[in-house]
Design a protein around this ligand. Structure first.
Ligand code: ZN
Length: 579
């Protein structure tokens, strides 16, 4: 459309006197609602201030870090109605994918907008003006698509709305900002779940006013963030030492950190506190037009706090056993917290537990021990070796470690410490043929560290066979050079080492090192850190474990111990279904 005409239309549009929230309530229909209900922003109190900020022409950029399932899509839809009717101008809406945009338009938005009275006279008469999420209205254009702005390089937008911005490639937010060409009344609205610290998405929120949705204590009138820290519960277990989930649920309440007033986990209480919440800014130095908003699932009144508490308990137990993903997802998708991947930067001093290697020299068992592995790093003319005992709950202690010169010595250790043949693991990366031959001879298992994040296993779930991804591969057989077949298993270098770092840094289950650990061990255990590296093939930035010391052998032995503990289930590997 002619930009002069478009500018003219913006000015000439007779706006209503209603506030944006009132306008939604009066004119926006909810599609598929059996009662022909209108959209009511009061159902989602956390959107009230956001809507006002979006409608305010003195703002430039609105950043909303939101949990999943908190009414965001409905808010988007209502907002697009309002833009078309009240504040028109070239509008670009980018969803996660092209398909998401198409689905939103086809199944909901186009239907709802047809029911919106103020838009009735604004539709284009030419059917060709409406296709694939693009509508050329007489007074403005609306473009909806996937997170790919390149085809719009030259278009000057009044409204740029981006969803799931945490997935955007570096530089895309700036590209989006460039689309408004500094028009006085232009607005950027960026939304999505929390992502990783240090990304453009994180920086956008940090630079904003950082409004945190906060509830007001009904006793002392102080405002508190809706955060996990204010939720209280008891981790009640039954006689069999299993969680009593019903009892835990019943113990959940929220407490004011100031006056210790207690709030029950009922829908009336949650709704009342959510209604009376407001955003409190954490960044008084933000530029005036840059507004940030975040709220957690705890404020979404139709979701019981106890549900989040149960997820929190499970995710933390998984973390203790080396599996990071559940707590990361919970924080990013439910608690709207950005994730800092700093497990690789271990600064914790190695603390020896109250025992010595000599306590186990004759193969003595550790209390409640369930598994015992030997892991071996293979060099040209010597070996590095770790023997570790594991309990079923993922706690473990070193039985022996150090350097040996021959494979016969490995065998001696194995027999003296009564380790099963197949639970003696040798790294096969360096001299694969030689290792395979030893595996045939002694019944040992070969290991291969891999750059892959996971390996497919098939599994029975109910009557179905499903495919799941784990941090280690299935048991495979390889032809050994000296004859016979050697068993080998791949393990994910990055994922297994993530788990090792959690144990090493004291955030996991007890992971014990003896008083008489060797100097080599103490030196080598902190020989790798996680750093950003640029992939030679793709140019993408990844975090990878890199050596910071020449010798990392005993660290590698400990990583193989973790891989072995995952194989027997003492530590956690995911079993998420893959299609
Ligand atoms: Zn209080």
């Amino acid at each position: 459309m002619n930009p002069v005409y478009e500018a003219f239309a913006e000015v000439m549009q007779p706006g209503s006197d209603l506030s944006i929230g009132e306008w939604f309530n009066q004119y926006v229909k909810v599609v598929d609602s059996p009662h022909g209900a209108n959209y009511d922003i009061n159902q989602t109190p956390w959107f009230k201030e956001i809507a006002e900020a979006v409608a305010d022409n003195s703002n430039d950029e609105i950043v909303v870090v939101a949990p999943l399932g908190s009414g965001k899509t409905a808010f988007f839809e209502a907002l697009i109605h309002w833009i078309v009717a009240e504040e028109p101008g070239f509008t670009l809406v980018t969803m996660q994918t092209e398909q998401d945009a198409k689905d939103l338009w086809d199944t909901r938005l186009s239907k709802a907008m047809r029911l919106c009275q103020p838009i009735n006279n604004l539709w284009p008469s030419d059917r060709n003006s409406i296709k694939k999420g693009t509508v050329i209205f007489p007074h403005m254009s609306l473009l909806m698509g996937g997170a790919n702005l390149s085809h719009l390089q030259s278009k000057s937008c009044r409204w740029v709305i981006g969803d799931e911005v945490w997935l955007w490639k570096p530089g895309m937010m700036d590209e989006a900002r460039g689309r408004t060409h500094d028009r006085w009344n232009a607005r950027l609205l960026f939304t999505g779940q929390a992502g990783e610290e240090g990304t453009d998405w994180h920086k956008a929120f940090i630079d904003s006013s950082q409004g945190h949705f906060s509830w007001q204590c009904e006793e002392c009138e102080r405002f508190n963030k809706w955060e996990h820290a204010n939720i209280r519960y008891e981790k009640i277990k039954d006689e069999e030492d299993q969680y009593d989930w019903e009892a835990i649920k019943a113990s959940v309440y929220m407490e004011c950190p100031d006056c210790e007033a207690k709030y029950k986990d009922t829908s009336e209480t949650r709704r009342r506190l959510s209604n009376n919440s407001k955003y409190i800014s954490d960044n008084k130095k933000a530029l005036k037009g840059i507004k940030g908003f975040t709220y957690s699932d705890y404020s979404v009144w139709w979701k019981p706090w106890s549900k989040l508490v149960l997820r929190w308990i499970v995710a933390n137990d998984e973390l203790k056993r080396g599996y990071i993903e559940p707590i990361k997802k919970l924080k990013q998708k439910r608690l709207a917290e950005f994730w800092k991947d700093d497990f690789g930067d271990v600064k914790t001093k190695l603390i020896a537990a109250d025992y010595a290697k000599t306590n186990y020299m004759n193969g003595e068992l550790w209390d409640d021990e369930r598994f015992r592995f030997i892991t071996v790093d293979v060099q040209r003319d010597h070996y590095w070796i770790v023997g570790r005992a594991w309990k079923a709950d993922g706690s473990s202690r070193i039985l022996f470690e150090g350097k040996v010169l021959t494979e016969e010595s490995i065998r001696d250790y194995q027999l003296r410490y009564k380790v099963q043949d197949k639970l003696c693991f040798l790294d096969a990366q360096f001299d694969t043929g030689r290792v395979y031959d030893y595996c045939v001879k002694y019944g040992w298992t070969a290991l291969h560290g891999s750059g892959q994040d996971g390996f497919i296993h098939t599994k029975k779930r109910g009557a179905r066979r499903i495919r799941v991804k784990k941090f280690f591969s299935k048991y495979e057989l390889a032809q050994a050079p000296g004859g016979g077949t050697a068993p080998y298993i791949f393990w994910s270098n990055e994922k297994v080492k993530d788990a090792l770092v959690i144990l090493r840094s004291g955030q996991g289950m007890a992971w014990e090192v003896p008083q008489d650990a060797s100097e080599d061990y103490v030196h080598q255990i902190d020989s790798e850190v996680k750093r950003e590296v640029i992939s030679k093939s793709t140019g993408q930035v990844h975090k990878r474990y890199v050596k910071i010391k020449k010798d990392n052998h005993l660290w590698d032995c400990e990583a193989m111990q973790v891989a072995a503990a995952m194989m027997v289930g003492a530590l956690r590997s995911p079993e998420e279904e893959v299609k």
